[in-house]
Design a protein around this ligand. Structure first.
Ligand code: SF4
Ligand code: FES
Length: 242
């Protein structure tokens, strides 16, 4: 067998919370690695050839939809963007992301959490101005628009939460994704909320004061968002609220 076609072992934590008769257990799958193989390809191969019951999530396969986050050899990553060749020892352990409701095996409910977080931080433009679609939208300084678009690149994958010690200790913590969202609206000139209004949303230990600055979120964000910078910025803003 050539180096390109080595045999790899993928060890997956399998568990169905709906089936109380079967305990969580690791199942090992051996397969031949092909050139350019991603974890997405490997999991599809396992499901097609070895275990039709295996559950995991993928949609875009291109690092865009944010649905394929999982913990690989201890680190949260997007599985569709992760090559099996990244692991030279050829043994790859897959776990579902913590901090989210487990659906089954590697599939977790990030959508439900993101939806609840969006409502909690009121993730929408708040303004008293009437919407008039016949009017041209007010201009925004290009530099400000760029900064807002930069934060809008979040794909809601949840990797920042899966790598956040505060989130694991404090279930209601809004995490870097939530604080990034608030920073996005705080910077948007269309939004008329004051810092006092934002304080009501995130001015506590489940919000911006809960972050312990361990940097796990920024280290693992696949979009390289400036999360710690924005959390520090929001914290300075919130501290100044009387
Ligand atoms: S901030 Fe980064 S890691 Fe967190 S959900 Fe958004 S893209 Fe994913
Ligand atoms: S499948 Fe869409 S980000 Fe991985």
């Amino acid at each position: 067998m050539s180096q390109a076609n080595r045999e790899i072992t993928i060890s997956i934590l399998k568990y169905d919370p709906q089936d109380k008769t079967v305990e969580p257990r690791f199942v090992d799958y051996k397969l031949e690695e092909t050139p350019g193989m991603t974890l997405f390809i490997a999991l599809n191969s396992i499901r097609s050839n070895q275990d039709a019951d295996l559950s995991y999530d993928f949609v875009c396969r291109a690092g865009i939809c944010g649905s394929c986050g999982m913990v690989v050899n201890g680190k949260p990553v997007l599985a569709c963007r992760t090559l099996t060749s990244t692991y030279p020892e050829g043994v790859i352990t897959l776990l579902p992301m913590p901090a989210f409701e487990l659906i089954k095996d590697l599939s977790v409910n990030t959508g439900k959490w993101m939806d609840e977080m969006s409502k909690r931080v009121e993730s929408w433009i708040v303004t008293n101005e009437e919407t008039d679609i016949s009017k041209v939208e007010a201009k925004v300084e290009p530099k400000v628009a760029e900064e807002v678009f930069e934060l809008d690149r979040c794909i809601e994958c949840g990797l920042c939460l899966a790598s956040c010690a505060t989130k694991l200790m404090r279930p209601n913590f809004v995490g870097a994704v939530g604080l990034n969202r608030v920073a996005r609206f705080q910077m948007d000139p269309h939004d008329q909320r004051t810092d006092e209004d934002f304080y009501e949303l995130i001015g506590d230990d489940d919000g911006v004061f809960g972050c312990m600055s361990l940097l796990g979120c920024e280290d693992h964000c696949p979009k390289n968002l400036p999360l710690q910078n924005k959390i520090a910025y929001m914290r300075r803003k919130m501290v100044s609220v009387k």
